[in-house]
Design a protein around this ligand. Structure first.
Ligand SMILES: C[S@@+](CC[C@H](N)C(=O)[O-])C[C@H]1O[C@@H](n2cnc3c(N)ncnc32)[C@H](O)[C@@H]1O
Length: 197
């Protein structure tokens, strides 16, 4: 599999389809439902930081991690402009540095689904390493029932259960639509809420 150049994606003058500049609708709904209260939060594959900044604005102690240096620089600038305190770190979710105390909430708005299948176990090991029993992991990924081109990579419900079910109790999996700036049709997704065993 050819590794995608995420810096090049973010350097493109046309914003990538997911980079709406607005917090994820599904993340916002989760917070509005009272399902997660302010705590130490980690946004995996945070891109240009919109969701981590949103979490910080909602009272979370938020950290965003992304492989793309370009995206992280933009996230830092956006946080500064917004007058928000959030941490942004350029690192791979497959080899997270020491991030201190465990995170009680982890959000993943379109990161897991970009990984190759043979990276999934390493990814789960990293999420497990930076959380603690009871931590909540919120996953938004493309839905294999409706692959779109152009559109995000997709994952089946069975794959979600098989990948995470050994370490996480899956509280719910719901179908949803992705927010997008440019795609002709908002892609179908799975929003999943899980709790660390
Ligand atoms: C579809 S984008 C979503 C970005 C962001 N969550 C959002 O909603 O705007 C996927 C993100 O995952 C990041 N990514 C991909 N592989 C990664 C890895 N191994 N470690 C960290 N970030 C990664 C990419 O750089 C990209 O920013």
């Amino acid at each position: 599999m050819i590794e995608r150049d995420w810096n090049q994606t973010y350097r493109d003058p046309q914003a990538p389809p997911w980079d709406t500049g607005r917090p994820s609708t599904q993340l916002r709904l989760l917070l509005e439902s009272g399902g997660v209260k302010p705590c130490r939060a980690l946004d995996l594959g945070c891109g240009t930081g919109t969701n981590a900044i949103f979490l910080a604005q909602q009272g979370f102690n938020a950290t965003g991690v992304d492989l793309s240096e370009v995206a992280i620089q933009r996230a830092l600038a956006k946080a500064q402009t917004a007058g928000v305190t959030a941490n942004f770190i350029c690192a791979s979710v497959l080899a997270l540095p020491d991030l201190g105390e465990p995170f009680e909430f982890v959000s993943d708005i379109g990161c897991f689904h970009t990984l190759a299948k043979d990276q999934r176990n390493a990814f789960v090991a990293q999420v497990t390493r930076v959380t603690q029993p009871g931590s909540v992991y919120f996953l938004l990924c493309g839905n294999a029932k409706e692959p779109l081109n152009p559109g995000p990579p997709t994952v089946s419900e069975e794959e979600i259960r098989a990948t995470f079910g050994r370490d996480f109790d899956i509280e719910w999996i719901r179908e949803c639509r992705f927010d997008t700036v440019s795609l002709p049709k908002p892609p179908l997704g799975y929003a999943t809420l899980m709790r660390r065993q």
